[in-house]
Design a protein around this ligand. Sequence first.
Ligand code: SF4
Length: 317
Amino acid sequence: MKAPLLQVDQLRVQLPSPRGTVHAVRDASFTVAQGEMLAVVGESGCGKSVTAQALMNLLPPAAEVSAAAALFDGQPLLVGHYPRGMAMVFQNPMATFNPVLTVGYQIAEPLRVLHGYTRHDAEREAVRLLERMQVRDAAQKAHRYAHEFSGGMLQRAAIAMALACKPLLLLADEPTTALDVSTQHEVMQLLAELRSEQQLGILFITHDLGLVERHANRVAVMYAGQIIETAATSNVISTPQHPYTQALLAALPAHNRGKRLYSLEGSPPDLRQPPPACAFTARCPQAMAHCSTQSPPVMADSQHARCWLHAGDLCDD
Ligand code: SF4
């Protein structure tokens, strides 16, 4: 079997804060294959963006990042180095672009700096990338500044800039959250096309299970810094195993037509002092006595939930 493009085992990230260390990512393990979109889903603060930032080496120097293994394209991911072959798209494209340089210049820059294009060839390729991202009048738009673009158009330009790095893996952190619904779907459609045309791996970070259902191949659900369920998207949507995933789906209008939508009570735990066992215990409608004292088994990267309900007879009780 072909090795995955990205393999991460037991990623841990600890962030200093004035009131104690935040255990932001706790032993997260996952893979992304070439040409695959893995969606990482969860509420704000669950660790999904920090995971992507750790991979891109974008966290502040005081962050402590470690992993049992982290391989990208067969090579170890080196902490402290910006990984070549990965590029990132952020939620707010306005923050991605320098306001005093034209958009075209900024898309051309990685082509010149990383890939040795001449200035002329880089500019021509920047226009081609804008056209690929369906930016109308791309040759003219390349000479404009970020503030002259609409939000959706600028996000397409931000993806074009990421593509100029010629990535094998694109990390897309809530890339459509700031866009209206129809633009969201257009941008997601473009990402899906790039995935299949260029065999691009995509790590898609989102809280929107509706988008996940339409576009992702696999899903990793995160809660309180841990991945608590991983499976093919169709399996997660049709037969969610973990009570937290079940709660997320029960709150989706498209899945519950005519029914009252479920609302999950309570809030996630304080990650300065994460619970010693299952982090979902306080909110779980199916919690058992041992859930708060014994950690559910650590899952492999397969269709598996980190929950005692699916651990057979492994519990000591
Ligand atoms: Fe609920 Fe227990 Fe499963 Fe945690 S381990 S999700 S508390 S049933």
